[in-house]
Design a protein around this ligand. Sequence first.
Ligand SMILES: Nc1ncnc2c1ncn2[C@@H]1O[C@H](COP(=O)(O)OP(=O)(O)OP(=O)(O)O)[C@@H](O)[C@H]1O
Length: 314
Amino acid sequence: MLTVAQVHRRFARVHAVNNISFHVSAGEIFSLLGPNGAGKSTLLRMLVGITRPDSGHIAWQLDGATHTRLPSHAIGYLPEDRGLYQDQPLIAVLEYFGTLRGLTPAEARASATTWLERLELGARLRDKVGSLSKGNQQKVQFAAAVLHRPRFVILDEPFSGLDPLNQEVFLGFVRALRDDGTTVLFSAHQMALVERLADRLFVMQHGREVLHGTIPTVRERWGSGRRLLLQVTQSPDEALTILRTHAAASDVERRDDGTIVITLDAAHPVGDLLARCAQLLSIIDVRTEQPSLHDVYINTVGAVTAPTAASEDA
Ligand SMILES: Nc1ncnc2c1ncn2[C@@H]1O[C@H](COP(=O)(O)OP(=O)(O)OP(=O)(O)O)[C@@H](O)[C@H]1O
């Protein structure tokens, strides 16, 4: 549905988006990740058509036709800088956004009312936007991005500023959009939510790609490996010494709660290792653990060094 090919955008000496390519399929939830200043918002603004790439191209496939920019009725956008008219009633603001996206005033009003009720703001539809809390304003902005039922939705940090309960509510809304056939691309910093929501993720840093793939692929390829977690009757320090000396387990550590953690690798199949541990230690409990997306992100992004101005200009 969307192809981004070698897209580049520079501000003075900063390569905000540096040779980025990816593809988003119809019906997918695609997540864009990266630390502050990585280039996510700049890339999203180019996808919406607010700014243009210096080079590279963006192509949308819709109903058999290819577009460089999607028609406004087909795209919804939640910008990072939330911009609602503070002194207007919620219903008037949403009706206005709906008509900008091709709905009639009556259609816009009906859809806005439905969304405000869904967002538990039905009782406040005549209140001014400025009288709402930050989180509730975010809900209204979300409604403005989706009330015209676009085919493709771009959400720039939809979870920022929301309490944990409302993060769950938004997670449900994004899933509902996908179930309705909408393709969703969102940026976020909340790894645990991304892990539960996204089909595929793309991590960028200093404008460049550092990680790209489905969640299981990314975990498998870039994760630091599965871990074996043991609770034993021996003291943790004694257990560490025994394992390092007699089980050839070099990547072994203890957690604050006394759990012994052995990172698995191909040279030590879990069955063999567990059998050896059982010979050496008195095991009370055993389980394995997958690296979380958070672990993968920290390991990968933490390992990238910043480009110098000289290397960027080269
Ligand atoms: N209009 C602009 N003029 C100059 N520099 C800009 C402009 N917009 C973005 N930049 C720079 O481009 C880089 C990428 O910024 P961008 O806002 O895209 O990052 P981001 O990944 O969205 O960050 P955050 O997670 O903090 O929102 C930053 O170094 C930023 O200062």
